[in-house]
Write a protein that binds this ligand. Structure first.
Ligand code: UDP
Ligand code: MG
Length: 153
């Protein structure tokens, strides 16, 4: 099964929305394999958002990610990367469809509630960036047959 990274951004912590957002992923059926609060630094954000380094607003984005600690989550499931991206919605909260996380909770491009890995390859790199090996837990869940047909997993 796939594992993917979700970061609950400082805007989510500030607005007291962490429980609601985590609830959505649990309700969907994704398994939480890792979760912790951490204070992001300039160094980790330069790496994490390297694809935005040349954009004029790069500093603004980095600063917004350091306003409070964040909560990083490792979520697991079949097609977890694609599911979580779909649940997050498009980057701009004003364009995101109602029913998605950004569509329901955000009116901003920057303050858009969650980070979600955009491919399986990215997810693997990003999980290593934010978690130590022993912070990811591969435990068995009892309701697997309520979540999937037995030939799906
Ligand atoms: N971002 C922004 N303005 C932009 C593009 C991105 O403020 O024009 C911020 C926004 O918070 C976004 C993050 O930078 O979530 C990472 O950008 P990316 O293009 O990777 O979007 P995502 O994968 O988060 O949808
Ligand atoms: Mg991205």
């Amino acid at each position: 099964m796939e594992k993917t990274l979700v970061i609950l951004k400082p805007c989510t912590i500030q607005r007291g929305l962490t429980g609601e957002i985590i609830h959505r992923f649990e309700r969907k059926g994704l398994q939480i394999c890792g979760m912790k609060m951490m204070q992001l630094t300039d160094d980790i954000l330069i790496e994490h958002y390297s694809h935005l380094a040349q954009r004029p607003f790069f500093k603004r984005i980095k600063d917004s990610m350091m306003v409070t600690p964040v909560i990083v989550c490792c979520l697991k499931g079949i097609d977890a990367v694609r599911i979580v991206r779909a649940m997050a919605g498009v980057t701009n909260g004003r364009d995101a469809q109602p029913g998605t996380i950004r569509g329901d909770y955000s009116v901003s491009v920057q303050e858009n509630i969650v980070h979600a890995s955009d491919s399986l390859e990215t997810a693997e790199t990003e999980l290593k960036r934010f978690f130590k090996e022993d912070e990811i837990f591969d435990y068995a869940i009892s309701q697997l047959n309520s979540k999937y047909a037995n030939d799906e997993y």
